[in-house]
Design a protein around this ligand. Sequence first.
Ligand code: SD4
Length: 375
Amino acid sequence: MTPIASPRLSRRAAVRSLGAAVAASPAIVACREPWAHAADRPPIGDGRDQIADLEDPAKRPQPAAEENPGDAPAERPLVLSTWRHGLAANEAAIGILREGGSALDAAEGGVMVTEAEPDNLSVGLAGLPDRDGLVTLDASIMDHDGRAGAVCFVQGVRHPIALARMVMEKTPHVMLAGIGAERFAREQGLEIVEQDLSPAARERYEKWLIDSRYEPVVNIENEPVGGPDNHDTIGMIVLDGEGRLAASCTTSGLGFKMHGRVGDSPIIGAGLFVDGGIGAATCTGLGETVMKTLTSFLAVERMREGDTPQAACEAAIRRVVEKNPNPESYQVGILAISRDGRSGAYAVQRGFDFARSTLEETTLLDSPSLLETRG
Ligand code: SD4
């Protein structure tokens, strides 16, 4: 695919523009709407019996939006991001697009807002620590032309997403880990801070130490949906006004994970995937389930095969459930945008909300889920 030439904000300009972007952005729509009228679609069953049908192209949903009334209307530009914290991130991303930034600039700058939040327990340096009391961060970014960058198991880096972009743009590699990534961040002049838990994270950690006595917690997401450790990570997908797609994903990972654990967020194809000629997807949730099914890659490949973004998200979540037992015990949510601006969202279970922004408005939406349609 030929890259589309366009003006691009410098990184510094993009970061500078965040404040102005948020100030100049349209009002956030406060209402929460059911996404894509889940109740109007036929029941999906438990997911496993649908896999065979989806292998038959004749039975797959057709790509035309009008043939899939459950799909959201096509929009361009369009920004989707995971969870409620996506509202502020989307506003910043839309602001960057308004100022002439590319989808990549918006995807990077948007999630930097979340990384900088002082009270976010799942993204950035204020996030929950691992079992050793250390905050370790994962992030990845991908552009419409297939370039990708990622960092994992990094400590003290204020903006891991910016570091991931630097890996993409300034090294011959795709991923840097741990102290090598931190050294590269220092060389590039990125802000590095001493490890120090945020007050909220410290409180939670100290409580966890007493309650859990350092015993392994295999499924930290096996908390009630909406529970404090249960979700987060911001994954953002952007379609800009010129038709370019980009995605970003950044997280402090699962709270109280083993030291050294890396999740899906920095794994290209798992936490995110972009094919500029097809579409983009990003995932959140229990990373171990996503890594084993390359959920974002699968969704983009389903779109390549003709699925709508909504159908692609549903197929990807069905695959997660097919390959990972006890879906009641974990959550995975996925968002997708096709290159023509249609979009989809789906999750294993209730409780996955996401932010959707056009130039006109930003809305918090509830994703439909597989388990809620099982009856
Ligand atoms: C991880 N996927 O590290 C991330 C965490 C997450 O909702 O998204 N939780 O596994």
